[in-house]
Design a binder for this molecule. Structure first.
Ligand code: ADP
Ligand code: MG
Length: 248
């Protein structure tokens, strides 16, 4: 049975097209702080993954995700192949029984957990984790806490990933090839965080297409920073200024 596996196949095909269109862009980013292969690696891997997904007789979402993951593992190579592919194989199990808001959150969390387990990178190390972490956290909160519709939750996740990508620019890389550059990595956007954002953008486009709804216009969720002009007392009565200073 296909469940909503056809939508997952459509998403994979769409991602493959986008990555192919961004091949030179990703190569350029990787030539600044790596070895200029990220565009080629990803384009080759996603093209093969789209073919493999397209050819499946059994298109249930779990099978599609696992097939795509295995193909990425064998075709992408580099540091990013096992991270994108291996994590997808593992997280694919969460889609057993179809894609719902609930299984999508479980999938996203497991995927992030696997990427950080395997790569041992944390937020701020200048890797794909910098795009993925805010996206997954925002998606989960939007669904589970804020009770937002799935399409809006996904739009918020993409917005969060976008800011995560921007966050990689002024930081020093601590993982992967870019870390060999030391301070020279500062000022460059991470290729893997960027390709992660492109993938998320295409998932959002596919979901909007399938639901035949426009992509919700989301404002950047502003972090709660105490106003310098006030005494630092937040609306809930806690004094975050004192808390923050209490650490030093
Ligand atoms: P390679 O670095 O082997 O040439 P790619 O160029 O395909 O592989 O991928 C580089 C990207 O992989 C980086 O931009 C970064 O986002 C990601 N990456 C590298 N190492 C790690 C890691 N330990 N954890 C998470 N992501 C990583
Ligand atoms: Mg590279």
């Amino acid at each position: 049975m296909s469940g909503n596996g056809d939508a997952v196949v459509a998403a994979v095909e769409r991602v493959a097209e986008r990555i192919e269109a961004e091949r030179d862009h990703l190569t350029q980013l990787d030539s600044a702080i790596g070895d200029a292969d990220h565009g080629g690696n990803m384009a080759r891997g996603w093209a093969a993954a789209a073919d493999a997904a397209h050819d499946l007789d059994d298109r249930d979402p779990e099978t599609v995700a696992k097939t795509v993951g295995k193909t990425l593992m064998s075709e992408v190579g580099g540091a990013s192949g096992p991270l994108f592919g291996g994590s997808l194989v593992f997280a694919g199990a969460e889609l057993e029984g179809g894609v719902t808001a609930e299984t999508a959150v479980a999938f996203a969390e497991t995927y992030l957990e696997k990427v950080t387990d395997r790569g041992d990178a944390r937020v701020g190390d200048v890797t794909m984790v910098d795009a993925l972490t805010p996206a997954v956290h925002t998606f989960k909160k939007s669904i589970e806490t804020d009770d937002r519709p799935p399409l809006e939750a996904l739009a918020r996740a993409v917005d969060a990933a976008e800011r995560g990508v921007a966050f990689t620019v002024p930081l020093r890389a601590r993982k992967g090839r870019a870390s060999y550059l030391g301070w020279r990595s500062v000022g460059h956007q991470d290729p893997g965080a960027t390709s992660t954002l492109f993938i998320l953008e295409e998932l959002l486009e596919t979901a909007a297409d399938r639901l035949d709804e426009p992509i919700p216009d989301v404002d950047a969720t502003s972090p709660t920073i105490p106003d310098e002009e006030t005494d630092g007392t937040d609306a809930d009565g806690t004094n975050s200024k004192v808390d923050a200073e209490g650490d030093s």
